[in-house]
Design a protein around this ligand. Structure first.
Ligand code: ATP
Length: 358
């Protein structure tokens, strides 16, 4: 296991800046998930940690030691990608121990390590099977077992579950999280799937356009987004946003007639003297006068149910906003909309940064 530090890491392809002056410290044994939209620089960062990508500026450190000039094999990392390739002519057991044999490890030691990972990954009944006969989930498990059998300092996973059918993916996700905690290996996992990130990560590193937007545990990144981007990217359905227009007695919501009373916006936010954009998650929009809520006079536009939840849309100024309540048959038409005040967050409309109230 190792602690990994990225110090002022920049990676450029010609004039294009894929990773822009990134700083991050990953603790020994930590499970860090890089999350962000396609093309934001996640894989490029992972490849730089692996030693597969040259860095333009800055350093990658393992346990405080600079590894920039070390090759991938010298770094003692293991990497698993979305599309795994096992050796087709070798059975599962032979595939798993391949890296140990390649190192010339003694037979007894190989047998001991095989037993160890087979036990952890629950592959006892699959050892004699060949890759062509394995379901995708099992193939991925074998690839992971092969990756960890030589006890790498750092495990690097690039969308390892995205080629697996939805129905098995969730199961694999649980298993993967459990396995990583059992193994205690420092893990960096790349995904654009927020559900994966939320369920696996000790900490999520949210990236956008080559920069780290926020680093926080899943709970914090959901409830305490630092930027409008974080609020919008994390959570499904997405956070609703509306510009607040100061008027006598409060704020108009995005040019609509609905008025938010002045005391719903913290003093510190009002004192900041910047244009305010408010965010509210669909789950903090209710349809009755919930305690602690603010009733706003806005009509419900449309409704639909998914499973036990009832979604509804309404116009929040120029934007279509969403709310969600429990109960597929909950009546939402002709009901007052209520914004749950504890869920309101306020951003500087000019740059999307959160306006801090403390
Ligand atoms: P995805 O989920 O789509 O893989 P990502 O966040 O992992 O997205 P990267 O693969 O890191 O994104 O790519 C970041 C940006 O750098 C992209 O715009 C990509 O086109 C560009 N890029 C990556 N590798 C190279 C390269 N070798 N040469 C030129 N541009 C590259």
């Amino acid at each position: 296991m190792a602690r990994v530090d990225l110090n002022n890491l920049s990676i450029e392809f010609g004039a294009f800046k894929a990773v822009k002056d990134v700083n991050l410290s990953i603790n020994d044994g930590e499970f860090v998930v890089y999350l962000g939209p396609s093309g934001c620089g996640k894989t490029t960062t992972l490849r730089a940690v692996a030693g597969l990508q040259n860095v333009t500026r800055g350093d990658v450190l393992f346990d405080g030691k600079r590894v920039n000039e070390m090759s991938a094999s010298e770094r003692n990392i293991a990497m698993v990608f979305q599309f795994v390739s096992l050796y087709p002519h070798l059975n599962v057991a032979e595939n798993i121990v391949f890296p140990l044999k390649a190192r010339g490890m003694a037979r007894a030691e190989i047998a001991r390590k095989l037993e160890w990972v087979v036990d952890i990954f629950g592959l006892g009944n699959e050892l004699k099977r060949h890759p062509a006969s394995l379901p995708p989930g099992t193939t991925q498990k074998v690839a992971l077992a092969r990756a960890v059998v030589r006890e790498p300092a750092v495990l690097l996973l690039d969308e390892p579950l995205s080629a697996i059918d939805e129905q098995f993916r969730e199961e694999m996700r649980w298993e993967l999280g459990h396995l990583q905690r059992q193994l205690g290996v420092t893990t960096i996992y790349v995904t654009h799937d927020q559900r994966e990130a939320m369920s696996l990560a000790d900490r999520i590193v949210l990236m956008n356009d080559g920069e780290i937007v926020q680093v926080a545990d899943p709970h914090q990144i959901f409830f305490d987004p630092e930027t409008e981007f974080a609020g919008q990217f994390i959570g499904s359905p997405s956070m609703n946003f509306v510009d607040l227009e100061p008027v006598a007695g409060g704020f108009r919501l995005g040019g609509s007639e609905a008025l938010l009373p002045g005391d719903a916006v913290p003093e510190a936010v009002q004192r900041a003297g910047v244009p305010i954009r408010m965010g509210v998650r669909p789950r903090d929009v209710r349809i009755t006068d919930a305690a602690g809520g603010l009733r706003v006079d806005l009509p419900v536009d449309d409704t639909f149910s998914v499973g036990r939840e009832r979604f509804f849309t309404f116009r929040l100024g120029e934007e279509i906003a969403q709310g969600v309540v429990r109960g597929a048959r909950t009546r939402v038409d002709d009901q007052p909309i209520t914004l749950f005040t504890e869920g309101l967050v306020f951003f500087d409309a000019r740059n999307g940064n959160r306006i801090r109230t403390t």
